[in-house]
Structure formats: C-alpha cells, structure tokens
Unconditional design. Sequence first.
Length: 399
Amino acid sequence: MVNIDKELERCAKCGQCRSVCPIFSVLKDETLVARGRLAIIQSKTTASSSVEYNDLAKIIDTCLMCRRCEVHCPSLVKTSDVFKSVRQELVAQNGLPSLLRLAFRWVLPNRWLYDNVMRLASSVMRLMIHHRTRQAPLRHLPLYFTNLLQRLPKLAPKSALESIEHPGVTSGRATPVSIFIGCAANYIYPGIIDGLTSTLNRLGISYVIPAQQVCCGFSALLSGDELTAKRLMKINQPLFKTDTIITVCPTCNRMLREMQDTEFGMRSEIIDAIEFLADTTESQISNPKSQIRTVYHKPCHSEGTKAPEIIRALLKTTTDYQETDSDLCCGGGGLFGLKFPDLSEQIGHLRLKSIHPSIGSLTIVTNCPGCMMQLDYLLSLTNSPMKTRHIMNILGSSQ
C-alpha cells in the first residue's frame, strides 16, 4: 500500500509533468496536472482545507491514469498509486455510481452474464446505430449509454472465447503458455486472438486459453473499486497454471503484473505477446515484406516494456514504415472517454494530427485494443481512409 503522505512530500513542484500530461495539453489548467492534483490532495489533510468533495472527485476523475507524469518525474513520485488510493477513499466514503456498481459487482465477475450482456448490447447497436454514420435516435437513453453506444466499435458476432473450439493445449513443441485475452480483444477484436494463435501454431508453440477467464479488473480498480478488482483476480488466479502468461493488451499486462504482490496475484511470468515471441523465436516472427504503409501508435501502458521497440523494428523490416512526430496519448483511457467524451476527443485529435494525414492509405499499428477502440472512433468521425490494426493481425495476416 502506497504511503500517500510520503509521496506528496516527494513532489518538488518542478512542473515537468506539465510537458507530458495529455489533459494539460488541452485544458492548460494547473489544477489538472500532477503537481496541481497532488497539492490539492495534500491540502485536504489540513484543517483549513476548503476543497469540497465534488471538487476533489472531479480533479481526480479527470486523470487518464496514463502514468506519463510518473514516468517522467525527476522525483519519482508514484502519482498513479496516489490517485488510485484517493479514488478508493472516495468510493469507500460515498459508494460507486449505480451503473458502475452493477457492471463491476455483477456483470464482470460472471462469465455467462457478461457474455449475454454483450450479446444484448450488440443487438441494440445493430438496431439503433447505423454502422457508418453513427447516427441514431438515442435522445431517450441515459447519457452514459448514449456515449457508450456511440463510441464502441461494432461488436463481433461471436466473442473470441466463443469462437475457439478447443481452447486447450495444442500439440506444439514448446512448454505451454496461457493466453489472457482481455475484454476488448474478446468482444470487439477477436481477430487479434486469431492472429496470435495462428502465429503460435506456425511456430509450434503450445498454448492454453482458460475458457472461464474474466476481466483483469483494471477499470474497476481505477474507479476506486478495489473489492471488485481483487474478486476478479481471485477468479482468474486458479485458471492460469502455466509458467508463462501472455497478453495482447498492455493495460491487462500492467494490471496482472501490478497485482502479483497481492494475495490473489498471478504466480507466473506475465509478458506481452510480442515480447514473448521475440524472446522465444528471435527472427522467426518476421513476415515477408509488405507494401502496406504503417505507423506505430505506442500505448501509454506499454511504457517500460520492450514491446514498442520490438514492434517498430518489425514494422521497419516488413512494411513501408513511417515514423510519427511524437508518441502522444490517444485519449482513450478506459472509461475516461465515457465520462469526459469532449476532452477525450480533443486529446485524440492531437494524436491524429501528429500522424502525417497526407498518407491516405496509412495503417496505424498498435498493441493495445483499447487504443484501437479510441482511434477507430476518431477516424470514423472524419471518414478517414486510415485504419487500425493490432500487431498480432499483422503477424497473422500472411500465415
């Protein structure tokens, strides 16, 4: 458990966080950058504090939890741990919003219920939203559902877990690994898992996909619901029995690794799928040279892993690769886009502007399904010819 007082004292108020914060890049509000948030949290510990609950909740909620401030902090302040702790305190004092409580406490831990809720959502989207224009008679729906239906890509007819006929061990050469699928790859982009499994099959690597696995719990934890996060980990822990767990989502990867020190944390090595393939097979993962033009979008939660450099090297040797001006945040941030849609879009459009728009047929490659959701949504708003693909789709496309 983080010592909040110690972390608050560690902040030197240097302002380095201002240069990397996606929120500050748009709003230019000192209270919504790391040092400002920390100062306000610190003021809450004094008897003379005039910060109201609603103000503190807004100040904390409007953080993307991208960790850019933490990564670039000269004083090594664990800002994400501080904000998570404060969010947990706020939930403990005031509870969760009803819809989040329903989703976190009832839907996410129940594989059968989660599947059926997503089937229902898929049916509603087909009935109410035109796939191209995203226009629909949504004015009678609650705002939360309106934002959700407008921002979600078209859900897959069948989830990845439902599409896998034999999720058990294959007859490969290597010691089996477990695949943690995650929610977005399961329900929205099952082709990511197809690309991964086809690559593993080609390389003769055995794998197992636990059919009853549930959400990693990251969205619940960031919303202050530590109880649900631990409950989900408790469900997942006994299902993953191999020495290695590979992921296709850096957010899931981060969550599983950060929870390893807890009672219900995984006891296996947890590694991004592209890192695992590079470490295990070296040059064998390379595809024949392709003429597609690509650019790499680096997910914020990939910071500190080898995945970005591996993907960039792979794209440079196998595609017509274009470098971007900078590695900006896409503004997705899990539930952030639902709570603050306008702000999320402004941040995302800055990211798209940093990608050369003159290259019409450009493919934005990433290793994060969550970033794909955000970028797909932003591209649909302008009918852009650009498209997104997960690196696992690139690897599996020539098999």
